[in-house]
Ligand binder design. Structure first.
Ligand code: SF4
Length: 363
């Protein structure tokens, strides 16, 4: 796919392609309804090529394709893997970098999408495959939302979205614009309550999220209630230690008045002891309103090729015991359904076998 210069915003340009298309149409003297026809073609009729938007005059189709490239999405599918409940897609960005997104089908007919915000990630969490790549670059708002656009153009219904793919969403400020695009009624029209931002705890950006997008769900990845261990697992803990994270969580719940989630990846023999459960319960119940607006999501660790050998998957009974202990201490906790393991699609496993500089593992 080739990109004309108009897909790269200049200083005075709108920062997303939809507004650049609208501006172009306006500059060309097209009637107002033309923009509406374009977004209806994309979002109602699932047409991903300007040349196929037959509601537009042929000359305008050619103009748009020439100006912006024929494909509306800037991502190309490099590889994909399917299982009954999950589809993982490896995308190529316009500069050749790779990112992954996962579609999850719930039995009730619900379709949920786990998307990336960065190619690679610079935070180096010890249990995470993406962290092994280092940060290649931030994705812009178009690239982030193009993951959803691509699934939409392939006939999917975007019911809910979580930023749990590659990258730390709150370290990429384009995440905020991407969320606004998802919420725009003329585009994805997603309710903010169906969008979840997952973070390792970039406290100032958590505060910004609460302030600017209070209806968006927040999941804080904690993974250990002990600073020393959390720092070993997640180096960001040096900058934002647990006490500060807990204040950030309180601030979020107070500001939004909404429930927040705490993610805890259970790793056998590492962070699954009774002592961990009790300390985690203590942290939660010491929060604003005794933690009644917090919910702990326990996730069974999935072995990652690049993770330390000592990291192993906890068995179902071990996860249940941990959850029961939390509940006995008054904490709301559930074990998150983890499907897609057979295609390495579970969150935290993205890119486990990806080698930088290659096109990734074949499907
Ligand atoms: S867990 Fe998230 S923040 Fe940590 S290395 Fe992986 S992608 Fe980055």
């Amino acid at each position: 796919m080739s990109f004309s210069r108009d897909f790269s915003p200049g200083p005075a340009s709108p920062t997303n392609k939809y507004d650049r298309i609208r501006r172009y149409l306006c500059q060309e003297g097209a009637p107002d309804f033309r923009y509406r026809q374009v977004v209806q073609a994309i979002f109602r009729d699932r047409i991903g090529r300007f040349s196929q938007m037959v509601a537009l005059p042929r000359s305008l189709r050619e103009d748009l394709a020439g100006r912006f490239s024929d494909d509306v999405s800037g991502l190309s599918r490099v590889a994909s893997r399917h299982s009954e409940q999950a589809e993982k897609v490896l995308y190529g960005l316009p500069d050749g970098k790779r990112v992954e997104a996962v579609a999850l089908n719930f039995q009730a007919g619900w379709e949920s999408f786990c998307i990336s915000s960065q190619s690679g990630c610079g935070f180096g969490c010890s249990f995470c495959a993406t962290g092994r790549l280092g940060l290649l670059r931030n994705m812009n708002a178009d690239e982030i939302t193009d993951q959803l656009l691509d699934f939409h153009l392939h006939g999917r219904t975007i019911d809910s979205v979580s930023f749990m793919g590659m990258g730390e969403a709150l370290s990429n400020l384009h995440t905020f614009e991407a969320i606004r695009l998802m919420m725009r009624p003329d585009l994805f029209a997603l309710s903010p309550r169906r969008i979840t931002v997952s973070t390792i705890g970039i406290v100032p950006q958590m505060e910004r999220l609460a302030r600017e997008l209070p209806q968006v769900n927040l999941t804080l990845s904690l993974h250990s209630p002990f600073d020393e261990q959390r720092t070993a697992m997640m180096p960001i803990n040096r900058k934002y230690p647990i006490a500060e994270l807990m204040q950030g969580l309180d601030h979020h719940v107070r500001t939004t008045g909404r429930k927040a989630y705490v993610a805890y990846v259970l790793i056998a023999g590492v962070n699954d002891t009774d002592e961990h459960a009790r300390a985690l319960a203590h942290l939660m119940t010491a929060r604003f309103r005794q933690g009644r607006l917090l919910h702990v999501s326990l996730i069974r660790f999935n072995e990652v090729a690049a993770a330390p050998a000592a990291f192993a998957r906890i068995d179902t009974s071990g996860a249940r015991r941990f959850a029961d202990l939390l509940r006995q201490h008054g904490v709301r906790a559930t074990i998150r359904a983890s499907f897609g393991n057979d295609i390495d699609a579970a969150c935290g496993q993205l890119f486990a076998n990806y080698q930088p500089g290659t096109s990734g593992r074949p499907p």
